[in-house]
Design a protein around this ligand. Structure first.
Ligand code: PLP
Length: 408
């Protein structure tokens, strides 16, 4: 008899965005004339930079002749991309990362979801609340949680991000082995200073723990005092793996390219306490289960680091940050408390009522889609997330409609 992995039965039935999609579809069916404005799911709306599409086209043409055609590439990514990443994203900011510590992939979602495979099922995992749901669900699938009771999985250490701690989780009170951090944060839009990350790095060192640092939104950091990489913090190479993505940086959500940095000093331990290189383990896992990102996509990603690419990416990010600034201004004028939106595309708003109720009110009265904070965890209850990924015109229209709906 074929048996299932029963951990899957512990997963909560509905994925946040499919719930939202259902409600939006029902609203649209009942109001076919209403143009719904989506400021919910964090998908970009603007075209790829021209530098990227030109490189993409040229690479496709290379595939069209036998002389320049390429078949399987290196699983870890082509050197031209890994070297450009190491130079521009890390060395230029004083972070010591070598090209061969970079593993190119088709998404930070898969990488943040898959990395936990390297670890025992009996480790203690600390996960922020609210959180990008992938970290939690993949640990549940792997069997690291108990049952879901009273809104939380047993056996998971939740790191609460609340108004009281400025939506930045405190160090866990009990020892943990694996810690997920994400800055700029999805969903709260908060950022972390070097001093804050140093506290986590020191904790990880003292506890032989590992930090999985998701920096998918680093390109939105405009405040130069904030670190863009955890490797800007001393000691992080020993205890942190970093995930990056071209999705939000350069509009690659549909094109798919990302990378994971695994420093050679990073270790995990066997039962006897012997250290094992995570770089070797991830290399083994990556080469066994993944066959590389397509050559044209890697060429398009490498173009992000050309002079033209850098200028276009800067313009893209500034465009979305300008939307975020408008959302912040209007939400503040409406008298709501919020965080985020200044070094991040997300604004986290205290809706002063149940998250789904606020979501339904914005949808039904304003035709605007946000994301209910409760979908990101218990600490998100009462909050909504508004995303800056849309056209400026749509954001303006949405904020006007929200103002009207709230009777202001
Ligand atoms: N990490 C975070 C925190 C995200 O919010 C997202 C996407 O929304 C991802 C990772 C996924 O990135 P990718 O498109 O590279 O899979």
């Amino acid at each position: 008899m074929i048996k299932i992995n029963e951990s899957y039965l512990k997963l909560q039935a509905s994925y946040l965005f499919s719930d939202i999609a259902k409600r939006v579809a029902a609203f649209q069916e009942a109001n076919p004339e209403m143009e719904v404005i989506k400021l919910g799911i964090g998908d970009v709306t603007r075209a790829l930079p021209k530098a990227c599409t030109e490189a993409f086209h040229a690479a496709v043409d290379e595939m069209a002749t036998d002389a320049s055609f390429r078949g399987y590439g290196p699983e870890q990514g082509y050197d031209f991309l890994r070297e450009a990443i190491a130079e521009n994203d890390f060395k230029a900011r004083g972070a010591d990362v070598a090209a061969d510590e970079i593993f190119v992939s088709d998404g930070a979602k898969c990488d943040t979801g898959n990395f936990q495979e390297l670890f025992g099922t009996d480790i203690k995992v600390a996960i922020p609340d609210p959180v990008y749901p992938v970290y939690l669900d993949t640990n549940v699938m792997a069997g690291r949680s108990g049952d879901f009771t009273d809104g939380r999985y047993e056996n998971i250490v939740y790191l609460d991000s609340t108004k009281e701690n400025g939506f930045i989780p405190d160090l866990p009170k009990e020892p943990v082995d694996l810690i997920y951090l994400c800055f700029p944060n999805n969903p709260t839009g908060t950022t972390a200073s070097k001093e804050l990350l140093k506290k986590w790095v020191d904790y990880a060192k003292a506890n032989k723990a590992l930090i999985l640092f998701d920096a998918a939104y680093e390109s939105f950091i405009t405040d130069d005092s904030l670190p863009r990489s955890i490797y800007e913090v001393e000691g992080a190479r020993e205890v942190a793996v970093e995930f990056r993505s071209f999705s939000k940086t350069a509009g690659f959500t549909g094109t798919r390219c990302a990378f994971t940095v695994v420093p050679k000093e990073c270790m995990a331990y066997d039962e006897a306490g012997n250290a094992h290189s995570l770089h070797s383990l991830w290399n083994r896992r990556h080469c066994t289960k993944f066959n590389g990102v397509s050559y044209p996509v890697q060429k398009a990603a490498a173009a992000v680091y050309s002079e033209a690419g850098k200028a276009e990416v800067k313009e893209l990010v500034e465009y979305y940050l300008n939307n975020a600034a408008l959302i912040r201004k209007e939400i503040a004028a409406l008298g709501y408390d919020f965080v985020g939106g200044d070094n991040s595309p997300y604004i986290w708003i205290d809706g002063k009522t149940d998250s789904w109720e606020f979501f339904d009110m914005l949808l039904n009265k304003a035709g605007v889609v946000c994301t209910p904070g409760a979908g990101f965890g218990g600490c998100g209850q009462g909050y909504i997330r508004i995303s800056a990924f849309n056209s400026y015109e749509n954001v303006e229209k949405a904020m006007g409609r929200i103002k009207e709906a709230l009777g202001k």
